[in-house]
Ligand binder design. Structure first.
Ligand code: TYD
Length: 136
């Protein structure tokens, strides 16, 4: 499994840096929601779910963390440590985050509002649903 990294447009000049993120231009979907995770306590791992329909792009705008992606067959670890790179997290991908630095701010763009019923929070349910999902 090759993680899909989305390069974000950096508009830096001698004053500093600026990144703009637009629906369809940078995000492969229409933006509906933004959330960010920060102040994560040392040693915390969070996530541990997949989504039936939600698509997301995660960017470490400050600091770093590791995103683990698992498609039910293989796992990859992606270091998020660059404010000009987004990681695309598609549907039916089990994922969790770890190794948060104290200063980490993880910004996430999502194509749906928060819908609890879209979450698969149990790994064996995830594997079962995957085996029911026709391969694309
Ligand atoms: P949670 O799903 O536990 O975060 P993660 O799985 O990424 O570690 O979310 C923590 C709480 O925040 C939970 O009560 C749901 C709520 N929440 C929202 O209300 N809206 C959101 O967009 C998100 C991501 C979470």
């Amino acid at each position: 499994m090759k993680p899909k990294i989305i390069p974000l447009r950096m508009m830096g000049d001698d004053r500093g840096s600026l990144v703009a993120v637009e629906t369809h231009q940078d995000l492969p979907f229409e933006l509906q929601r933004v959330y960010y995770i920060f102040g994560t306590k040392e040693g915390v791992e969070r996530g541990f779910h997949a989504h039936k329909n939600l698509q997301q792009v995660a960017v470490a705008v400050r600091g770093s963390c590791t995103m683990v992606l698992d498609n039910g067959v293989e796992k990859v670890e992606v270091q998020l440590n660059n404010p000009t790179q987004g990681l695309y997290i598609g549907t039916m991908l089990w994922h969790f985050m770890k190794n948060f630095t104290e200063d980490c701010v993880l910004l996430v763009f999502a194509d749906q509002h928060y819908i609890e019923s879209d979450y698969i929070r149990n790994y064996s349910d995830f594997l079962e649903l995957l085996s029911d999902t026709p391969k694309q």
